[in-house]
Structures are given as C-alpha cells and as structure tokens.
Ligand binder design. Structure first.
Ligand code: UDP
Ligand code: MG
Length: 338
C-alpha cells in the first residue's frame, strides 16, 4: 500500500448526531481534491452510537477510512495524538467532527502548504460560539501571547494542516498534557495562518465543560512557559529589595533621628519583610530548578534539522543522516521552495 498524500484526523466524542452530516460533506469534499487521502476517526470513548456509526462508515468506504477506538475518554488532544501516531499521509489535516470547521476549506490549507509552509493554522472568520467562550478565549490568547513564544491569532481553531516532519516531532514528544497546535508551532519552520469559515455546531452540544476548558488552558500555559513558577523569584527579589530600603530607613531613624519607637516593632517588621522576601526568593529559586526538571522530563525533541549540507563521502561512506523526527523522506525534498 502506498502512503497517501493526505491524512485527515477527526476526534469524535459522542457525536452520533453530527456524524451522518459530517460523512455527507467530508467525503465529497475530499474526493474533489483528486489526491490519495485517508481519513482517521478516533472515537474518544463516549457512550452513544458514534462507534457503531464509524464502523458502518468504515464498511462503506474501507479504502480511505480508518477508525481508532479508544477504550475511554482521553480528550481531544490525545485523540489527535493517536491519529498522528497512526496516520501515513505526507500532509496531515485535523478537523472537528461537529462541522464547525467546514471540510471544504481543506483545499485552501493544502494550497498554503504548496506555497512552502510546513504548518498552516487558521483563524475563524466569524466565530460561531457563545459570547462567554469568545471573551474567555480572547483573554486567554492575550495571556499566552505575553508569557509564551507561541504566536497564533486563534489558538482554539483545530482546522489545521501539518507537514509530516512536524507530526513526527509531535509524536516523539511523548507528552501527556499538551496543546497540539502550540507544540506544532514550536517546531514549524515556516508557519502561516489563513482565514476559514466557522459554522455553528450542526447538532448536539459542545463537549467541553467549563472545567475541561480551564484544564486545557492550564496545559497550554504550563506546557509552554515556566513564567508562573518564575514569578515567585521576581516577587521575592522585589520584596527583599524594598524591605532592605525600609530597614535602612528605620535604622537611620532609630540611630540618628528619633530613637526607639513603639518598642522596636517597626524594626521587627522591617526585618520580617526582608526575611519574607528571602523566603519567596528561595521558593522561586526552587521553582527555577523544578521548571528545569519539568522541561527535561517532557523530553521533547530539542530541535528539528531542516537540512544537513555535506558531501556524500564525508563521515565514511553513505550513511543516512539521523533525523530527530525519525521520518524517512529524503532531506532535499523537505527544503521549502523559495
Ligand atoms: N472531543 C473529543 N474528546 C473530548 C471532547 C471533544 O474527541 O473529550 C472532540 C469532539 O467530538 C469534536 C472536537 O473534539 O470533534 C471539538 O469538540 P467540541 O466541538 O465539543 O468543542 P468546541 O467546538 O465547543 O470547542
Ligand atoms: Mg465544536
């Protein structure tokens, strides 16, 4: 079996109401692209008839359909991760099952890849979600912009296209709590974004509760920044510094100006603040070490090589250049056309 040009990955969680409409639009949209494709559905646990519907669809179009059934609910990002691990396409597109991301946009994502981009994100033209979701998401975008190096206009939109190399880098990051679009961004050499349409959910309700949304956003922040840990160091340094000035001022007051006041309580406060500053600084320092351990245990590939230029004989006879991502495409073919 030859590798398809395109893999489409769709996480499914209790989507029995949306799946028939999805099948009816997705397959014709992909057939129209005239390329070899495969669709991977990942059924993320769930309690409704989704798994049975996926099985039926597999029997209808077995040559292009693959279904992964999870034994429980591991979350959208883990479902996509499983899709990444099993897909075979040289380009990979992720998409929601509820038709909020129109499948007809996939061609536009691929067109952007043809222009040499290895990661194509998307921005929802007019987002069709509740006002609360839109507001919360805007606030979260702003926090992320401040404290991480991830630059995405619309982090929540999952209609995205990834080059094989990026998919391989993501799958070799063996992380448990992660936010795939952000991780992909860190590995992208030439990322871009395009505008896409956004529709209302065809049926059913959002599968994200407030709790799981909050957890997801913690994954985004703690997975890509140790700033929350470092804030203790900064606070500690600031408090120590201010307290030191305070102690000096009190010492001068006591020794040269007014003598002992309130039985030395002020002096005691000055010293106490100084010590609190030291303690916070110590906590922050601990945080620095914990942060480093945390980064180490995540064991993400630390870099991705775009190309290695060397003559064939160097290093003693035609050995292959090892890629951190572990993909088998020849290096030259991955250089973006300029
Ligand atoms: N999803 C999933 N596991 C979950 C929650 C959601 O696989 O635990 C899937 C869901 O079936 C859909 C996609 O992730 O295909 C996005 O979910 P949803 O539309 O509910 O999120 P929203 O659009 O409200 O952000
Ligand atoms: Mg949705």
């Amino acid at each position: 079996m030859t590798a398809p040009q395109l893999s489409v990955i769709i996480p499914v969680y209790n989507e029995e109401q949306t799946l028939p409409a999805l099948f009816a639009r997705l397959y014709p949209a992909l057939d129209k692209l005239k390329l070899a494709y495969e669709i991977l559905f990942i059924n993320d646990g769930g309690t409704d008839k989704s798994a049975a519907l996926l099985r039926e669809q597999f029997e209808r179009r077995p040559e292009v359909t693959r279904v992964i059934l999870f034994s429980g609910n591991f979350g959208q990002h883990m479902a996509i991760m499983a899709g990444f691990e099993h897909c075979r396409g040289s380009r990979v597109v992720t998409l929601d099952a509820d038709l909020q991301n129109p499948p007809e946009e996939i061609g536009n994502l691929l067109a952007a890849m043809e222009r040499g981009h290895d990661y194509v994100g998307s921005v929802r033209r007019e987002r069709q979600d509740t006002a609360f979701r839109r507001l919360a998401s805007r606030a979260m975008n702003r926090v992320r912009e401040r404290i991480t190096r991830i630059r995405m206009t619309d982090q929540g939109c999952m209609l995205r296209a990834y080059d094989r190399r990026i998919v391989d880098a993501i799958t070799s990051s063996h992380e448990i709590n992660t936010f795939i679009p952000a991780l992909a961004y860190t590995y992208a050499g030439n990322p871009t974004e395009i505008e896409v349409a956004h529709e209302e959910r065809v049926a059913g309700e959002s599968k994200y509760s407030l709790y799981s949304l909050i957890r997801l956003n913690f994954d985004l922040v703690t997975g890509f920044s140790v700033l929350p840990l470092q804030m203790f160091s900064f606070a500690g340094i600031m408090i120590s510094f201010i307290a030191l000035l305070f102690v000096i001022y009190l010492a001068i007051r006591r020794l040269f100006l007014v003598g002992p006041e309130a039985e030395g309580v002020f002096t005691l406060f000055g010293i106490a603040f100084f010590l609190i500053g030291i303690v916070l600084f110590g906590l922050g320092l601990l945080g620095e070490y914990v942060g480093r351990i945390y980064q180490q245990v995540r064991s993400r590939p630390r870099y991705l090589i775009q190309a290695v230029l060397e003559s064939g004989e160097a290093g003693g006879g035609g050995q292959e250049v090892e890629q951190p991502g572990g993909s088998a495409t020849p290096l030259a073919s991955r250089l973006p056309p300029h």
